[in-house]
Design a binder for this molecule. Structure first.
Ligand code: HEM
Length: 548
């Protein structure tokens, strides 16, 4: 194994506190109008798991009941165990997914004779009231919309149980693990199709071919992905792995990247803020890595995924400063729970790359700070490449100068290369490594430079919330220039074996009170420990591509 810089001298202690990760006791989730009629306070929200649920029906054909089902549906149950009457349910069924194991019949069912799926793509049920009828049974009354017609319907519901969602053998459901709570439900109702304008009918010798009444049966497993009882670094890394698929040997996020080397030349102006040796006038060597944020090492380059710049400054006396920065203005979450909820909401479900909009909406409702941050992230100007991107620390840190004065700061690497807007239509978009290839070509043609700009907080600026930008008029000090003059594939670069832990800091720089910092430190360590013990497949950006 090549050299491993894990926890260098002078680093801060990693603090992974239970408190920073514990879940709030009560979930106060106000559903937006998009989700369902009433706000559900004191409820836990359970999402229907398609992998373990069935939405079926029985309809009499001549003298026999023929079964059918829908294979594409989603929904959520907001279950208030203490006050079941406060619970709400919403189910959406894609009519085109009707399946009776006969293609000809299914074609007919999708046609204007029955569901008319082009015109009416969804069946929906939204509860309006819940009445307990026994210990675990309920009448759930709500609006049922089929074929564009809404009628009141009553679902006879039985709560069949609740418990942990996965054992040691694992699970087929993405995002779920042994901490996920699941609930089970059975529900039945009878639908008179003529009430909904589905009138197709024929008789044979006086016998109706297809009955008017349809028996509907739901067997549902629903999971509370937004409310894990225990959060841990391992759970976060497991979730990265579930969201991205298994890619042993690679970083669990920021999997695709290249290593770089160069130096940082301090102009001495940072010394007024911090006694860290990196700010004394002069030059220190650096090793770094550019990456794309997703955890898929062979993903084709694209403009939108966040770009990362990670730098390890090698300081006198064996000290190090490691920093990871992103080309986004704020971070998506301000707590461990918020980030975990974000991962679950963006989990591909059930196919990688296809997140469930209802989950994302529930996440944004629960985390308005993330909704605001995502607006800022989405509306940021995206530059054409790695070389003209600005990379931001996002988290706040504390600087202490030689006189003991402490200030809170964030920092950015601002490119000397001029900004050019992203070009989404150029022919290079067809090359799966086009962003990395452009970076490699620029470094081969001339060294690239960034100014390290420190932004100093004013009293009252939040230092524990990376979703909130600081006002634009804050003092900014250009403290020196980063020069990058060499690039290597991950296959040969020593950067592959570095953990860019944001809490490896020299004397004069310390962590702020931002809880995301200790979360990051613990998660990077999990990712690093796992990948270092695994077989390494070749990087998408090969040594031939970087000119080795
Ligand atoms: C302020 C917010 C964040 C910034 C600026 C940031 C930045 C970065 C960068 C630039 C890298 C690439 C490092 C490299 O090339 O080796 C990285 C890697 C990584 N990040 Fe973050 N990140 C942030 C938040 C998070 C959070 C909240 C988590 C998880 C809890 C996380 C987990 C990881 C992991 C697991 C890696 C790979 C570590 C390794 O295997 O070496 N990051 N991050």
């Amino acid at each position: 194994m090549r050299s491993v810089f894990l926890f260098a001298q002078g680093s801060c202690r990693v603090t992974w506190t239970r408190r920073s990760l514990s879940r709030p006791k009560t979930l106060l989730i106000a559903f937006s109008a998009l989700l369902t009629a009433q706000a559900a306070f004191g409820s836990d929200v359970y999402f229907i798991d398609k992998n373990h649920s069935n939405v079926g029906f029985l309809i009499r054909h001549l003298f026999t009941k023929v079964p059918g089902r829908f294979t594409d549906f989603s929904g959520q149950i907001s279950f208030d165990e203490a006050n079941p009457e406060q619970s709400t349910v919403e189910v959406k069924i894609k009519t085109a997914s009707v399946n009776t194991d006969n293609d000809l019949r299914d074609k007919d069912l999708r046609s204007p004779n029955f569901f008319d799926v082009e015109k009416f793509p969804e069946i929906t049920f939204r509860s309006k009231s819940v009445k307990a009828t026994g210990q675990n049974t309920f009448d759930v009354t709500g609006d049922l919309t089929i074929h564009g017609v809404t009628k009141e319907a009553v679902l006879k519901v039985e709560f069949t149980g609740k418990g942990k969602g996965a054992g040691p053998q694992g699970t087929i459901t993405p995002g779920r693990d042994s901490t996920t709570m699941i609930t089970g439900w059975d529900a039945t109702t009878t639908v008179r199709r003529s009430d909904f304008g589905i009138n197709w009918n024929q008789t044979i010798e006086g016998t109706r071919v297809v009955a008017n009444d349809v028996q509907v049966e739901l067997h549902v497993e629903a999971e509370s992905l937004l409310a894990p009882p225990e959060l841990s670094p391992a759970l976060i890394i497991n979730t990265f792995e579930q969201n991205n698929g298994p890619h042993p040997g690679f970083r669990r996020i920021h999997a695709k990247g290249v290593g770089v080397t160069g130096y940082f030349e301090s102009n001495g102006r940072g010394a007024a803020l911090s006694k860290a040796s990196v700010f004394a006038p002069g030059r220190v060597p650096i090793i770094g890595r550019f990456s794309l944020a997703p955890g898929q090492p062979y993903l084709a380059d694209a403009p939108q995924p966040p770009r990362g710049m990670a730098i390890l400054f090698k300081l006198p006396g064996g000290e190090e400063w490691r920093t990871g920065m992103l080309n986004i203005p704020v971070f998506v979450a301000n707590s461990a729970q918020g980030f975990y909820d974000f991962l679950l909401a963006s989990a591909s479900y059930p196919v990688i790359g296809d997140p469930d909009p209802a989950r994302m909406q529930a996440f944004l409702t629960k985390h308005p700070e993330s909704a605001k941050a995502m607006q800022l992230i989405r509306s940021r100007p995206v530059s054409s490449g790695f070389e003209n991107s600005t990379y931001n620390s996002l988290d706040a840190f504390r600087f202490t100068n030689a006189n003991g004065a402490v200030v809170s700061v964030r920092w950015s690497m601002v490119p000397a290369q001029p900004f050019e807007p992203v070009n989404t239509t150029g022919p290079e978009q067809h090359d799966k490594n086009y962003l990395f290839d452009a970076l490699i070509a620029s470094i081969h043609s001339h060294p690239l430079q960034w100014h390290l700009v420190i932004t100093v907080a004013q009293p009252g600026d939040p230092t524990n919330d990376a979703t909130v930008p600081w006002p634009p008029d804050r003092q900014q000090i250009d403290v020196g220039t980063l020069t990058i003059d060499h690039v290597e594939s991950d296959d040969t670069s020593p950067a592959r074996d570095i953990n860019f832990d944001p809490l490896v800091l020299p004397s004069g720089i310390a962590a702020s009170d931002d809880p995301v910092l200790s979360l990051r430190s613990a998660a990077y360590s999990q990712s690093f420990t796992r990948r270092e013990g695994e077989h390494k497949d070749p990087s998408a950006v090969s040594p031939a591509e970087t000119g080795q």
